[in-house]
Design a protein around this ligand. Structure first.
Ligand code: SF4
Length: 179
């Protein structure tokens, strides 16, 4: 039986600031969240295999997650000087990506069939091969939680984790569906 306390410790060792158990039954894949990607605030819409419209649709995601019951929810929290501290926003986003890659490598041995979902589109190649050629690393590419239709703040609160860590903080969230 999976020891989630041990896995939470692994997440903290990988650099995350918080980690908790994710109850997969509580995940809701919402069309209105996926539709927000079309506003292209992150400049990834229609530019990556990992993002809409190329990313799997909600029905496909619902099918994919049927085999899982539990996982890990992980967060990287940045502390900004003020709400316009873009330097810290970028630095904590980078730290989150590095933490995510480290934990994925750590978990990969015991959970080769895990389903990771990150914050933002896959950034493994610059630029992405989309749309002219197939994904270069289909086994390593990751979808963002939002692209899959997950309302991230709700996923956190539904699983007993804070999403808002206080004034002038920024929180990046990812998850790993494990078993
Ligand atoms: S692995 Fe490379 S080609 Fe595939 S989705 Fe990510 S950035 Fe694009």
């Amino acid at each position: 039986m999976t020891n989630y306390n041990e896995l939470k410790n692994l997440a903290i060792q990988a650099g995350f600031d918080d980690a908790g158990y994710l109850d997969v039954a509580k995940l809701e894949f919402l069309q209105e969240v996926r539709d927000m990607c079309a506003a292209d605030k992150c400049h990834n819409y229609n530019r990556s295999w990992s993002c809409p419209p190329a990313a799997p649709g909600l029905d496909e995601m619902r099918e994919k997650v049927k085999r899982y019951s539990g996982g890990l929810l992980v967060q990287t929290v940045g502390h900004m000087e003020d709400s316009l501290d873009f330097e810290e926003m970028m630095a904590s986003a980078k730290r989150h990506g590095e933490n995510f890659d480290r934990l994925r490598d750590t978990l990969g041995g015991d959970y080769p069939d895990m389903l990771p979902m990150g914050a933002g589109g896959c950034a493994r190649c610059q630029p992405c091969a989309y749309p002219d050629a197939p994904c270069r690393f289909p086994d390593k590419m990751t979808y963002s939680m939002e692209a899959c239709g997950l309302f991230v703040s709700r996923v956190c609160t539904d699983n007993g984790m804070k999403y808002n860590h206080g004034k002038d903080t920024i929180c990046y969230t990812a998850c790993f569906l494990l078993d």
